[in-house]
Design a protein around this ligand. Structure first.
Ligand code: DOR
Ligand code: ZN
Length: 355
């Protein structure tokens, strides 16, 4: 950590970070989402929950080319593609995915758990041969960890998923890399901490900076609504401690998930916080609040690469302490998005990226 400036300083230089979980969407939106992330991040894992979902290597390759076409001139950005696991994914599909270096792993969405997850897995217990093959060929399993049964309280869905599915999977497949994405509970922190060394988790800015009061006190704050939903403060504190612990199992994954303003600000608002425009600054905010800026580089730039077996980035980014406001809205092609943290102060600003 020799390159990391002390927290009291007004500049912070860290290795260029990676985003190990986000949503770019497709089509026209890529002209907005890809530059927003490539501005700071060297690599990002791109979620496959398009409509229809990205289930095959050929679809992922075509999607990857569409993304690359929107990387601004002179920027060096590498999309890493997650494939969408379905009940019909075959052992042969996994073998093919394992041969392709642009495919980072399979994403398990329990069917119905979140946006565009209806094609997801309905019976996790029936996926044994596929998980076995993933383990054999070193293909990681990326997990949206929530059960979907209507009788299970939404605030308990992550814990129940861990107890019912994830704990057995990690015990049975002790050589399978498993990433529990966007964790939201103390239970998840404890599970990941205690699980074998190939089990890790990503943490979003919103789950570090907020708890369910920020969603529900004084009205319903739709732009803070994401899935898994924000939990109570004690869980937020456990996530914060995991992020600043220096434990290499916890690393950055924004889950930046754009939905147009009209689809958020409606009677049934979509789940997702669009954080790409201020992502590293939001993490800096969270770490600064915890007086732990010296821990940001490992979390944002080292641990994810180490876990996925990819080289650490060699370039640097520099942030400066300088209060500014996150954009209130973003417009593109005549449509408007309200980003996460819209209009609020941020203490740190990127002044140099990827040099
Ligand atoms: O809040 C979320 N938004 N959580 C997810 O799991 C999916 C994402 C999306 O695609 O909008
Ligand atoms: Zn996501």
């Amino acid at each position: 950590m020799a390159d990391t400036a002390p927290a009291s300083s007004s500049t912070l230089t860290i290795t260029q970070p990676d985003d190990w979980h986000l949503h770019f969407r497709d089509g026209d939106m890529l002209a907005m989402t890809v530059p927003a992330t490539a501005r700071v991040f060297k690599r990002a894992i791109v979620m496959p929950n398009l409509a229809p979902p990205v289930t095959t290597v050929a679809q992922a390759e075509a999607y990857r080319q569409r993304i690359l076409a929107h990387v601004p001139e002179g920027m060096d950005f590498e999309p890493l593609m997650a494939l969408y696991l379905t009940q019909d994914t075959s052992v042969q599909d996994v073998r093919e995915a394992a041969q392709n270096p642009n495919i980072i792993g399979y994403k398990l969405y329990p069917a119905g758990a979140t946006t565009n997850s209806s094609a997801g897995v309905r019976a996790v217990d029936a996926m044994g041969p596929v998980l076995e093959t993933m383990q054999e060929f070193g293909v990681p399993l990326l997990v949206h960890g929530e059960v979907t049964e209507p009788e299970i309280d939404i605030f308990d869905r992550e814990k129940v998923f861990i107890d019912r599915y994830l704990a057995p999977i990690t015990q049975r497949y002790s050589r399978l890399k498993v990433i529990l994405e966007h964790i939201t509970t103390k239970d998840a922190v404890e599970f990941v901490t205690e699980a074998h060394e190939l089990v890790a988790a990503t943490l979003t800015p919103q789950h570090l900076l907020m708890n369910r009061n920020d969603l529900l006190v004084g009205g319903v704050h739709v732009h803070n609504y994401c899935l898994p939903v924000l939990k109570r403060r004690t869980h937020q504190e456990a996530l914060q401690q995991a992020a600043i612990s220096g434990n290499k199992k916890f690393f950055l994954g924004t889950d930046s998930a754009p939905h147009v303003q009209a689809k958020k600000e409606t009677a049934c608002g979509c789940a997702g916080c669009f954080s790409a425009f201020t992502a590293i600054e939001l993490y800096a905010e969270a770490f600064a609040q915890l007086d732990a800026l010296d821990k940001l580089e490992g979390f944002a730039s080292h641990f994810g690469a180490d876990f996925y077996g990819r080289p650490r980035n060699t370039k640097k980014i520099q942030l400066q302490r300088d209060i500014w406001q996150a954009p209130a809205t973003v417009t593109h092609n005549g449509e408007t998005w309200v980003p996460y943290w819209a209009g609020r102060d941020l203490q740190w600003q990127v002044v140099m990226a990827g040099a």
